[in-house]
Design a protein around this ligand. Structure first.
Ligand code: ADP
Ligand code: ADP
Ligand code: ZN
Ligand code: ZN
Length: 938
């Protein structure tokens, strides 16, 4: 029965008549969608646009993609299918033409902390294959290649390197068995018929049968057993005899033998994989895998880092010299003796103590860390401190320098040490991992290989090159292959998934993407658009939720959802081509055609003449930057992806200020000085991260309006009779909530090979509370009914309860009145989450000076939303605050009072200041990409 079902499903999916038929959706009612019908042409690129909260994701992801996923599950194993009945069917009347769907979203899915760009793109897996197949193992002792010799390779070498007539001996080493004396070994040899020994240095021959050989005189290193004496000659007979003798020599020498050229060198050979007396592991793909115990470095278990003392914390400013106090732990009173000891030793061995730490040689650093004479090195010093950590002040002192440091065994390359002996074109796999995608692409394009190597590596190289090419094309050439996946931004991960899809060459699929332009400078939009087009051209249907004007222009078909957000949206405003959209009455059409626009401010604000100044910023790719952030202005930090904006703004400025304010104790991007902090009172990061990590947080809890609401319910007569406290109306603690779902209303089922599935809780039917608690009503509504209200509705319902309305009003003010009180924070888009936070700040009283940080606040926002957002920014600045924004959106950039443009390129070729000043000033800078695009909008 089950099997039959699976077959029919496959037939349905694969049948030719679905291939050209459009995707048809009728009567979609998911979330705020108002019973809408849409038609999406197959093998075309469709952009869905509209204001934030209008229902774009509800249509693209929660309806169309969800159905694609359901059909995919249908075609899977019976294990997966048992959940099918319980998977909520999207609320829609009819859908046709849906093929298996791929969603490429911004959320990072990887949870393995060892995942890297290389592993998530499979490039590293192919590299492991490549290294196993064509890697050359180089002995660390002599730098010579480790190889296995055979009779054949020995003969080849002999004939290649030596002329006809060259005389030589075929030898093997005197066997040495444990517990056996040389005398006995010689006796066995004699019995086997080997009678002559050759002394290597003078080629003197010892005849064991006639000469009077005293075995105690024989040093086994100086003598070899003679098998044959011959001259190089290419005829068959000689060849055959050499081969025979070599075989004997290998056998009797237990895999080792040698050729001694008459009056010349000895050439040692081995049938084992060895060199310089060391036996090596033969390369295998597993050997290069840091994800399994066989390949991972033992010391750091494949993390590349070990916890211990963090060099960056011990030497906070590597530009300082030792004398000037580069070594932080020695600069206090307490351990100044250590510094004096060091200076004494330095004088004795003329160590450069007036040279900046960063310029010291490896050897000098080794002395600093390991110690010499009476100077106790830093490492032993900290060991000692650690051993005294039963004393509180020692523990505190130690913890100040604790962190992660590069693993000393694998040098941070994460694989077992001997895996690094294996090289391809002189590079080991770790060195290739350190390359950026751009470099790696060059490296693999230009490999010098023998014909044989080419043949065995061909397929593998094809896979590697293909993937690198796609990654390069999606604008990620600046990422290194070993970059940890969990340090990538949402936009970067999404573009990696996109490159992966391109590489997988799946066709006939439906790709659903969520704002793929996030994090991309306008300069790189074209490339991305071309990639989506090629995804379409190989035979896929591409559905993109997007606001970017270039992307909308490039679409074959546009669907505009609106007209506004939440209950005021959810309708199809427009479907058709770009040209038609321009003439339409939609907000999108008005903005795109220029009938409506975000005005350029007439004047740039002058600010308050104070500034925060960051000096000597060198984290990641930053090239020792000195940057002024003028206060009382709207500041935009711009530059192509990977140029260093986040490193400068998040990792260094924001983290640095927080650290100095004592509210942060993680790592701060390296810098020399940070001044002007007395000019501000506080900092706030208003990012798009979810309001709460758990699905339990929602507008009611976040605004704290829920406290008042629970009190109201607890104070009803009914509740008092039942003896309920406010806690019974919480879904976060046991008491009144449904314990089957622990108050979530849903249950998550983890699926192998695909995203988790969420099912409505069977016990409470998604209502989160126990039945008896739901019986308690306040003015006719139970607690679940209240959580289902929108903010606007709640404002009316609770109109007399100022403790509740005061909390909710700011949400209404930033245009989020359509959100439901109980809508889990995890369902809010990034833009919505950000505005929820903004709402809180706007309601804060003026007076103090706050420095606000925003990271791509336009994510998920339509022109119309951006206009509103700019109003909020301006309100903040006009109230005397400062706003710093990382942004690619030209409508925002053109409204800045001050721009800091970083670049010019991404990665190593970035990290410099390209320009600072007003938009008009940046526009004049020749090499600024931002300037170039600003010219078009100003
Ligand atoms: P867009 O993608 O256009 O920004 P969405 O489709 O995300 O808009 O949201 C449309 C409406 O549906 C909004 O009011 C939003 O708050 C609401 N919504 C989104 N997800 C959920 C959900 N899981 N439960 C309830 N309401 C939701
Ligand atoms: P932007 O914000 O302009 O896109 P970033 O500041 O994120 O640029 O990156 C600047 C450079 O630093 C890039 O080369 C990037 O790959 C590198 N980088 C950023 N974060 C990390 C990290 N956690 N580890 C290693 N390199 C990083
Ligand atoms: Zn290690
Ligand atoms: Zn439940």
């Amino acid at each position: 029965m089950a099997q039959k079902e699976a077959v029919t499903t496959q037939e349905k999916n694969g049948s030719p008549d679905t291939e050209e038929r459009p995707i048809i959706v009728k009567g979609a009612r998911v979330h705020n969608l108002k019973n809408i019908d849409v038609e999406i042409p197959r093998n075309k690129m469709t952009v869905i646009t509209g204001v934030s909260g209008s229902g774009k994701s509800s249509l693209a992801f929660d309806t169309i993609y969800a159905e694609g996923q359901r059909r995919y599950v249908e075609s899977l194993s019976s294990y997966a299918r048992q959940f099918l009945e319980r998977m909520d069917k999207p609320d829609v009347d009819f859908m046709q033409g849906i093929s298996p769907a791929m969603a490429i979203q911004q959320k990072t899915t990887s949870t393995n902390p060892r995942s890297t760009v290389g592993t998530t793109t499979e490039i590293y897996d192919y590299m492991r294959l490549l290294y196993a197949r064509i890697g050359h193992t180089i002995s660390p002792k002599s730098g010579r290649e480790v190889g296995k010799d055979t009779t054949k390779t020995v003969i080849e070498r002999l004939f290649d390197e030596y002329e006809e007539g060259t005389k030589f001996y075929i030898l093997f080493p005197i066997p040495q068995h444990e517990e056996k004396k040389v005398k006995d070994e010689l006796k066995v040899l004699k019995e086997k018929g080997f009678t002559r020994l050759l002394k290597l240095d003078n080629e003197e021959m010892l005849d064991m049968t006639t000469d009077d050989v005293d075995p105690s005189d024989i040093d086994t290193d100086d003598y070899r057993v003679l098998v044959d004496r011959l001259a190089v000659k290419t005829d068959e007979d000689t060849r055959g005899r050499i081969a025979g003798s070599l075989e004997t020599a290998f056998q009797e020498g237990h895999g080792r033998c040698s050729l001694k050229i008459r009056n010349g060198e000895e050439l040692p050979f081995s049938e084992r994989f060895e060199m310089d007396g060391i036996e090596f592991e033969e390369p295998s793909p597993q050997m290069f895998s840091f994800n399994n115990p066989y390949g991972a470095c033992d010391t750091c278990e494949g993390f590349g880092q070990v916890s211990g003392i963090d060099e960056d914390l011990v030497i906070p400013d590597p530009e300082k010299t030792i004398r000037d106090g580069a070594i932080a732990p020695f600069s206090g009173q307490k351990f100044s003796k250590n510094l004096r000891d060091l200076i004494k030793v330095a004088a004795r061995y003329s160590l450069p103590i007036d040279t900046p730490y960063s310029d010291l040689s490896k050897e000098v650093k080794k002395i600093l860390w390991e110690g010499k004479d009476e100077y106790v090195g830093l490492r032993p010093f900290f060991e000692d401190i650690k051993s005294q950590s039963y004393k509180v002040h020692m523990r505190v002192f130690y913890s100040r320098y604790r962190g992660y440091s590069r693993c000393p065994d694998c040098e941070g390359y994460r694989v077992r040490k001997d895996a690094l002996y294996v090289k391809v074109n002189d590079k080991h796999i770790g060195e290739v991992g350190e390359m950026t995608i751009g470099h790696a692409r060059e490296f693999f394009e230009n490999l010098e290989l023998t014909e044989f190597e080419k043949e065995v590596a061909d397929q593998v190289l094809y896979e590697i090159r293909k993937r690198l090419k796609y990654l390069d094309e999606v604008g990620l050439e600046y990422l290194t292959l070993n970059r940890l996946a969990n340090t990538l931004s949402g936009g970067e991960s999404q573009r990696i998934s996109l490159a992966n899809s391109l590489g997988s060459s799946l066709i006939g699929s439906l790709y659903v993407l969520d704002e793929p332009t996030i994090g991309l400078h306008p300069r790189d939009n074209d490339r991305l658009i071309n990639i989506l087009k090629s995804l379409r051209d190989i035979g896929n249907t591409v559905l993109v939720v997007e606001h970017d004007p270039e992307m909308i222009k490039a679409a074959d078909n546009i669907i505009d959802i609106g007209p506004f957000a939440g209950v005021h949206g959810g309708e199809v405003n427009f479907t058709g081509t770009y040209e038609k959209l321009l003439d339409s009455k939609t907000l999108t059409g008005k903005y795109l055609s220029g009938r409506k626009e975000i005005p350029v401010p007439e004047k740039r604000r002058k600010g308050n003449d104070k500034a925060i100044t960051l000096e000597g910023a060198t984290e990641h790719n930053l090239k020792s930057l000195k940057v002024d952030f003028p206060l009382g202005k709207l500041i935009c930090v711009t530059g192509v992806s990977g140029s260093g904006k986040s490193t400068l703004v998040h990792d260094t400025l924001y983290a640095g200020i927080q650290k100095r304010m004592g509210t942060y104790n993680d790592k701060v991007g390296r810098h020399k000085a940070l001044s002007g902090l007395n000019n501000i009172d506080s900092v706030e990061m208003v990012d798009q991260s979810p309001i709460g990590r758990s699905s339990r947080s929602n507008p009611a809890t976040y605004t704290k309006a829920f406290d008042g609401i629970r009190d109201l319910f607890a104070n009803t007569r009914q509740s008092k009779i039942m003896g309920y406290e406010p806690g019974h109306f919480s879904f976060n603690v046991p008491g009144g909530r449904c314990e089957n779902c622990q108050g979530e209303g849903i249950q998550k089922i983890e699926m192998q090979f695909m995203a988790d599935i969420e099912l409505t809780c069977e016990e409470c039917g998604g209502k989160r509370y126990r039945k008896d608690v739901l019986q308690v009503k306040y003015r006719g509504k139970n607690i679940h009914d209240v959580l289902e209200m929108s903010v606007s509705e709640a404002l009316e319902f609770f109109v007399d309860e100022t403790s509740i309305t005061n909390r909710l009003q700011p949400m209404e003010d930033v245009g989020l009145g359509y959100l439901k009180l109980g809508q889990s924070a995890t369902t809010l888009s990034g833009g919505e989450a950000q505005r929820v936070k903004l709402a809180k700040f706007l309601s804060k009283s003026a007076g103090d000076h706050t420095l606000y940080f925003f990271d791509e606040p336009t994510t998920g926002l339509h022109f119309e939303d951006i206009a509103k957002l700019l109003d909020s920014f301006n309100e903040l600045v006009n109230n005397g605050h400062t706003v710093i924004i990382i942004e690619h959106n030209l409508d925002v950039i053109k409204c800045a009072d001050h721009i800091i443009d970083i670049g010019p390129e991404g990665g190593f070729a970035g990290g410099q200041i390209v320009g600072e000043g007003t938009p008009e000033e940046i526009m004049e800078i020749e090499k600024s990409y931002t300037g170039k695009y600003l010219k078009d909008v100003l």
